[in-house]
Design a protein around this ligand. Structure first.
Ligand code: IMP
Ligand code: MG
Length: 178
């Protein structure tokens, strides 16, 4: 199945599931090399990162914890530039080594907003791991510690990413064709 339609838009297959898995496994091993002697707290940014976080967590070969935070900044295929916290932190992160798990960094507004908010909670450290990065869309200066893949500035869906709520369930990543 190379092409799909979601609501009013057409998408074509872009990154196959198998490639996504390879990238995530490599990232999990690399993160573990950096955190071998500690117990990091992964912080998954809902909704988009839920599949990425679930797979990365399974590939992570050491001791770790996971927690979830829900943010929203997108409407349709555009960022609104305003980040809303829909579900906040439920865990004490003071003194913890936190690794934020994001599906994609686009303008960078969401992630820089979150990293700023977290530092007020006095974690020992905060790093960012993102499955995808659109370098041409970046508008903020953010230090991304782990980047799975860089992609062009096209709107994508699948593997947790949505178009107005739909398309998250596809195991491959699709890009818009129009
Ligand atoms: P940023 O704040 O512009 O960096 O956008 C980050 C958030 O917007 C991500 O966490 C995604 O949930 C969403 N997003 C960005 N680009 C896309 C895309 O191409 N498809 C679906 N969601 C996206
Ligand atoms: Mg997201």
């Amino acid at each position: 199945m190379g092409k799909i339609r979601i609501l009013d838009k057409e998408f074509e297959k872009n990154i196959p599931f198998e490639r996504i898995q390879e990238v995530i496994e490599t990232m999990a091993v690399k993160i573990h090399e950096d955190y071998k002697n500690s117990r990091p707290l992964f912080l998954c940014v809902l909704n988009g990162a839920f599949m990425f976080a679930a797979d990365l967590f399974k590939y992570y070969p050491g001791h770790c914890e996971i927690s979830f935070i829900k943010l929203s900044s997108y409407a349709g295929t555009q960022t609104t530039g305003e980040v809303k916290t829909l579900i906040g932190l439920d865990k004490e992160i003071e003194g913890r080594e936190v690794i934020i798990l994001e599906d994609i960094v686009d303008s960078g507004i969401t992630i820089s907003h979150l990293a700023g908010d977290l530092s007020a909670c006095k974690p020992k450290s905060v790093r960012i791991a993102t499955l995808l990065l659109k370098p041409d869309a970046l508008r903020k200066e953010v230090r991304l510690d782990y980047v799975g893949m860089e992609i062009p500035n096209d709107f994508i869906v699948g593997y947790g990413l949505d178009y107005n709520g739909f398309g998250r369930n596809f195991r491959d990543i699709y890009k818009i064709t129009e």
